[in-house]
Design a protein around this ligand. Structure first.
Ligand code: AMP
Length: 581
């Protein structure tokens, strides 16, 4: 049974309900497409929509970005500043020989230069692939190699992490290093280029936007599956249409808002809703270089009078743990809307938000592959705590059975979407077969399990595969297993998600050892450290158990399902395919 509804947020109610009624009568998306500012030759460029359009319309002086550094430095950039600087970087990268469609990786903390260079590359017709700066060298190398990366934009300390792997990426032409405000002694690795020097020598005055079409590739994000290494999800410039519109509807963005998105652009939320949605809506964004902190976040909301805040369940659970007393120390009266995405948002969190922030937290659902919000508790409708809301107009979602037919109300099945929404991925980079496998009988199969209640609200019920969701980030067990077996002690590794009250799941590994290695505490610690160095603290296992034999199917596949059942003390289910010892 759904939880009781709780109050609407204290927001200006938009007209979504009206739209719902009208959507039957007119071509939904074409109306939205018509509202874009198309390029003179009929093209579409998402960075132009986000930034240049406002300058053209006379809003160049508006503040686009308030940047707060990890040492509390502050910088402000107007839309005109960002336009000029991204033009400049567009000229820089073109001058280095970047061609339309080239993949440009950005491996950087949340610095203004990340946003400027990303927009510059997009305007010059390149494809940006931002990576989470906490990654270790292995995930960076895997992704850059897979995508045939041509350029890398990074900072000195992150460049250092990659010294061993970059020479192995044969397609790489240039590494551009941002030395923010001279934070580091100027020590460029031989052959690297200085961002600051390049920008100084490039006026950007004659820069012309590449006449990209709506179908040109724009952004690539890697996402994990249960088999193989993460795959590159390719998006097109036209995704901006849905990002813009859902920014309005699902996040209730209005022109005068001060918006704070806590997601990093290394993940899709950080580009779709940390670049495109706010800026296409002309909103001022607060960008904070630092990580999570209850006090520091509340202080930022108070100081900059944040009105709309988009964050994630793990962060909300941490804020709940920090307690009401911390909230009370700050004046958060500027806030009028809170959104959340990435994992299921517990009903208690919505209720806690209602009590402590004086408004509910609006959960919404989407994926790297969908490119934008698909299902949401909108501003204009009552929030159902624990539900991810209803599909946005123009999106058809269903819960289907094994024959791909919609299930009756309340039954749990596969969450599926009718293909054709504007921000739908174009493909998995060079993995057509895998892409095709996601489409069945006219549906895109999301990989999630869900149910629908009698009022059309969707309820997340879990993943249909072995992918682990830790703190809102998907981790493919295969990637972790591959890293562990590179250690000489490890014979085999099986990785599962173990339920966790804060992060939803944490990564747990089971390993068998090669002969001559003894299972003990030191080895356990060493393996965790080893995986952290290679992957990142968030992806590496938090726990490791040594086991004598790895449960496998007769065809040799590790039975993670069984490892999980054993871990949780659940029935082991069908073990008929289990290999004999
Ligand atoms: P990603 O592609 O990394 O953004 O992860 C997408 C996955 O995160 C979805 O397929 C879900 O499994 C999970 N997810 C995202 N948003 C929600 C939500 N609101 N409720 C439950 N799970 C979610």
């Amino acid at each position: 049974m759904p939880n009781p509804e709780i109050s609407k947020s204290n927001t200006n109610i938009n007209n979504l309900q009206d739209y719902f009624e009208r959507k039957k009568n007119f071509d939904w998306w074409s109306d939205a497409f018509n509202q874009m500012d198309w390029l003179p030759g009929g093209g579409l460029n998402n960075a132009y929509e986000a930034i240049d359009r406002h300058v053209k319309n006379g809003f160049g002086d508006r503040v686009a970005m308030i940047w707060v550094g990890k040492n509390d430095e502050e910088e402000q950039y107007s839309f005109l500043d960002i336009k000029n600087k991204s033009d400049q970087f567009g000229s820089v990268i073109r001058g280095l020989g970047m061609e339309r469609g080239d993949r440009v990786f950005i491996f950087m903390d949340r610095l203004p230069e990340l946003y400027i260079s990303a927009l510059g590359v997009l305007k010059a017709g390149g494809v940006i692939a931002p990576l989470f700066s906490a990654f270790g060298p292995d995930p960076v190398r895997d992704r850059m190699e897979d995508a045939g990366a041509k350029y890398l934009i990074t900072s000195p300390e992150l460049r250092n992490k990659l010294n061993d792997v970059l020479p192995k990426i044969k397609t790489l032409k240039n590494v551009i290093v941002v030395n923010k405000n001279g934070r580091h002694d100027e020590v460029l690795v031989d052959g690297d280029l200085s961002y600051e020097t390049l920008m100084e020598s490039e006026g950007g005055k004659d820069f012309e936007i590449e006449p990209t079409s709506q179908y040109d590739f724009s952004i690539m994000h890697y996402t994990s599956g249960s088999t193989g290494k993460p795959k590159g999800v390719l998006h097109r410039h036209q995704a901006v249409v849905q990002q813009w519109l859902t920014g309005k509807w699902a996040l209730d963005l209005k022109f005068d808002d001060i918006y704070f998105c806590t997601a990093d652009p290394g993940w899709v939320t950080g580009t779709s809703y940390g670049i495109m949605a706010p800026w296409t809506n002309g909103v001022t964004q607060l960008i904070y270089e630092g990580g999570f902190g209850a006090q520091s976040w509340y202080k930022l909301i108070e100081k900059y009078k944040v009105t709309v805040w988009y964050t994630a369940p793990t962060a909300i659970r941490l804020l709940m743990r920090a307690g009401s007393e911390v909230v009370e120390k700050f004046d958060m009266s500027s806030l009028r809307f809170i959104g959340s995405v990435g994992e299921p948002l517990n009903p208690e969190a919505v209720i806690w938000g209602n009590k402590n922030y004086k408004m509910p937290i609006h959960d919404n659902w989407w994926q790297t592959e969908t490119g934008a919000i698909m299902c949401a508790n909108y501003a204009s409708m009552p929030v159902r705590p624990g539900s991810m809301g209803r599909p946005i107009p123009g999106v058809e979602m269903a819960v289907i059975d094994e024959s791909f037919n919609p299930l009756p109300t309340g039954e749990v099945g596969a969450l599926a979407v009718r293909p054709g929404w504007p921000s739908m991925m174009y493909g998995y980079w060079q993995k057509d077969e895998m892409y095709n496998s996601r489409f069945k009988k006219g549906w895109y199969i999301t990989g999630d399990q869900a149910s629908i209640d009698e009022d059309g609200y969707f309820w997340f019920q879990g993943r249909a595969d072995d992918v682990i969701n830790t703190a809102g980030h998907l981790v493919g067990p295969f990637e972790v297993e591959s890293a562990l077996i590179e250690h000489p002690a490890v014979a085999e590794a099986g990785v599962i998600g173990k339920p966790d009250p804060i992060a939803m799941e944490v990564v747990k590994a089971f390993v068998t050892l090669n002969t001559n290695y003894e299972p003990n505490k030191e080895l356990r610690r060493e393996l965790i450290r080893f995986a952290r160095d290679k992957l990142s603290a968030g992806v590496a296992p938090r726990e490791i158990d040594f086991i004598d034999t790895m449960p496998k199917t007769r065809s040799g596949k590790i039975m993670r399902r069984l490892l999980k059942a054993r871990e949780l003390g659940l029935p082991e289910g069908d073990t008929s395919t289990l290999e004999d010892d």
